[in-house]
Write a protein that binds this ligand. Structure first.
Ligand code: PMP
Length: 350
């Protein structure tokens, strides 16, 4: 008897870069900004947190803190194990075998991977030559194929392209599909759809603490949606999906609004610095609204060459061969990256 699902056999494992490095700019992680203070204070469990008991199943205190952070009602929030869990929850809840999932491509790879795991059919709509996207094409395709779910990564990973709110509203007005707006990088841009969730019956917004809050290791993300969708997703969510320590750290971290905002400003400044410097090379960088920059280079094996200098960036293959994504680091990290690029390009010329 064949035990493994056909779709799973075809799947490739999600592999991470396991090499040693000096500077890590390959996974869009934020700086270790908030944890040192929490560590200094020490973890003293608040009332309701007991390590021998299961954690709060619906993360009540954390939801109120997220509610304050976004100025929304905590009842419209479900937190979980990274926004990755939220993407999976959407698939689990809405995708039956053969259902269609639509998205622009290139985009975050987990939308198509989870589609495959849940036996859905992922259809990617090609972005324009400059990696901008055309909403009319998406609306037209949605009318044609009737997708259950449409994913919009905004700002988009890896291209950095930002779809404006009016365009997303136009999509919402033209389809009944579930529209998931993945705002993992929205803190670095403007145009969140979080305020709009109560106005639509089919809108889900995903956010994470892995980027602007620099807490990728605690695996904490959340979804925001209307009450009907929240109630349905809560039926599907695993019990106690978010451990008590992550809930605790999340609550403490989200209180640091000033620090978070200052860091966002730093990233935006460094993003301009990095972009300006990249234009000085025979490289084509794309303007980004995230904490990373996508670029094209004709140097073969550029990421491997940087890796030899201890610097990790993300490289792509297939249709995106020759394209790279570098996370915006601190000024020192960005300088080191630029310095290594200079060396590499000098060697290419000689
Ligand atoms: N969405 C996007 C667009 C991402 O880039 C990432 C992380 N690379 C995630 C979701 C997942 O983030 P996490 O699970 O850490 O919240």
């Amino acid at each position: 008897m064949e035990l493994v699902k056909e779709n799973i056999k075809k799947l490739k494992e999600y592999k991470t870069n396991k090499v040693s490095y000096r500077i890590k700019l390959d996974a869009n992680e934020g700086k270790n900004l908030l944890f040192p203070d929490i560590q200094k204070e020490g973890i003293s469990f608040l009332e309701g947190f007991n390590i021998n008991l299961y954690p709060d199943n619906d993360s009540f205190l954390l939801r109120s803190e997220i509610g304050k952070y976004l100025n929304i009602n905590p009842n419209n929030i479900i937190p979980g194990n990274g926004s990755s869990e939220m993407i999976e929850l959407v698939m689990k809840t809405f995708i039956d075998k053969g259902d269609i999932i639509l998205s622009f491509v290139p985009t975050f790879s987990m939308y198509s991977i989870f589609s495959q795991i849940y036996s859905g059919r992922f259809i990617g709509i090609k972005s324009n030559e400059d990696f901008s996207t055309n909403m009319d094409t998406l609306i037209k395709k949605a009318k044609e194929v009737n997708p259950k779910v449409i994913f919009l990564c905004n700002p988009n990973n890896p291209t950095g392209y930002l779809t404006n709110k009016d365009e997303i509203k136009r999509l919402l007005d033209n389809t009944d599909s579930i529209i998931v707006v993945d705002e993992a990088y929205m803190e670095f841009a403007e145009g969140s759809m979080v305020d709009e969730v109560l106005k639509y019956k089919n809108l889900i917004v995903l956010r994470t603490l892995s980027k602007a809050l620099g807490l990728a290791s605690i695996r904490l993300g959340y979804m925001v949606s209307n009450q009907d969708i929240i109630d349905i997703i809560n039926k599907v969510k695993s019990p106690y999906n978010l451990n008590a320590i992550s809930q605790y750290i999340g609550i403490k971290a989200l209180k640091n609004r000033e620090k978070i905002l200052a860091y966002i400003e730093e990233v935006k400044k460094e993003r301009s610095y990095l972009y300006d410097n990249l234009t000085k090379f025979p490289i084509k960088p794309y303007e980004s609204n995230g904490n990373f920059i996508f670029f094209k280079s004709n140097v073969t094996g550029l990421a491997k060459k940087l890796e030899k200098e201890g610097i990790l960036i993300r490289s792509f293959s297939g249709d995106l061969e020759g394209y790279y994504r570098v996370t915006v680091g601190s000024r020192w990290e960005n300088e080191q990256f630029i310095k290594s690029l200079k060396e590499i390009f000098k060697n290419e010329e000689s």
